[in-house]
Ligand binder design. Structure first.
Ligand code: GRF
Length: 204
C-alpha cells in the first residue's frame, strides 16, 4: 500500500512513520511522497534523507483555498495513495478536498478529542487545570478535528507541568500512536463509517 504524508513543519511524526516503515512495522505500507505547504519545512529534509519524494507546494502561490486544494489533489493523486496521512499539516481543508479522500485520510491531534479542538491545546488544557491530557488519531471529515477517533493516548498532567514539558510528553506518545493507527488501517482492520471508526468490525 502507498502512503502520502502532508506536513508543514518539523515532521517528527513523519520521522516516526519513516522509522516504523524501515522496521517493517507499518502494515507493509510505503511512504511514496511527502508534501509540504511550507517550502523550508524541516520534514522535507527528513523525507529527502530517507529517499522519499519530497514536494514543496507553497500555498502562497495560489489565490484561493479552492485553487490550492485543487493543485494539492493533483499532486497527491499522481502518487496513487491508499492512505493520506496528515502529520502537522497546518491548513484548513476545503470540503472538496475532504470528500475526495474521505475514509482514507488520517490526522493526529494533540488533545483527547473531542476536548480541545483547534490550536494551543496544551496551554488551554493547563489553564483549565486538567488532570490528564493526550493525543488522538482520527479520520478527517469536514468538521475540523471532529472526525471519528481511532486511537488515543492519555497521560497524567503533573503538578509542575509547563506547556513545554506537556508538549514533549504528548509528542512522544504521538510517535508511538501514529504508526500503529497507520498499520491497522493498512492491514484492513480499521474502517471509516459515518457513525464512527470501526476496528475489526466493532464501532469504536
Ligand atoms: C503534532 O503535535 C500534531 O499533533 C499536530 O502537529 C504537530 C506536528 O508535529 N497536528 P511534527 O511536525 O510531526 O513534529
Amino acid at each position: 500500500p502507498r502512503i502520502v504524508v502532508l506536513i508543514s513543519g518539523n515532521g517528527s511524526n513523519l520521522q516516526a512513520l519513516i522509522d516504523a516503515q524501515s522496521h517493517d512495522r507499518l502494515g507493509g505500507g510505503e511512504i511514496v511522497a511527502v508534501i509540504s505547504n511550507v517550502a523550508d519545512a524541516y520534514g522535507l529534509k527528513r523525507a529527502h534523507d530517507a529517499g522519499i519524494d519530497a514536494v514543496a507546494l507553497p500555498h502562497r502561490e495560489y489565490d484561493s483555498r479552492e485553487a490550492y486544494d485543487g493543485a494539492l489533489i493533483k499532486v497527491i493523486e499522481r502518487h496513487e495513495p491508499d492512505l493520506i496521512v496528515l502529520a502537522g499539516f497546518m491548513r484548513i481543508l476545503t470540503p472538496r478536498f475532504v470528500q475526495r479522500f474521505l475514509g482514507r485520510m488520517l490526522n493526529i491531534h494533540p488533545s483527547l478529542l473531542p476536548d480541545y479542538q483547534g490550536l494551543h491545546t496544551h496551554a488551554r488544557a493547563l489553564a483549565d487545570g486538567v488532570a490528564s491530557h493526550g493525543c488522538s488519531v482520527h479520520f478527517v471529515t469536514e468538521e475540523l478535528d471532529g472526525g471519528p477517533v481511532v486511537l488515543q493516548a492519555e497521560l497524567q498532567v503533573s503538578a509542575d507541568e509547563t506547556v513545554e514539558t506537556l508538549q514533549e510528553k504528548v509528542r512522544a506518545r504521538e510517535h508511538l500512536l501514529y504508526p500503529i493507527a497507520v498499520q491497522w488501517f493498512l492491514e484492513g482492520r480499521l474502517q471509516f463509517t459515518p457513525e464512527g471508526a470501526k476496528m475489526d468490525g466493532h464501532l469504536l
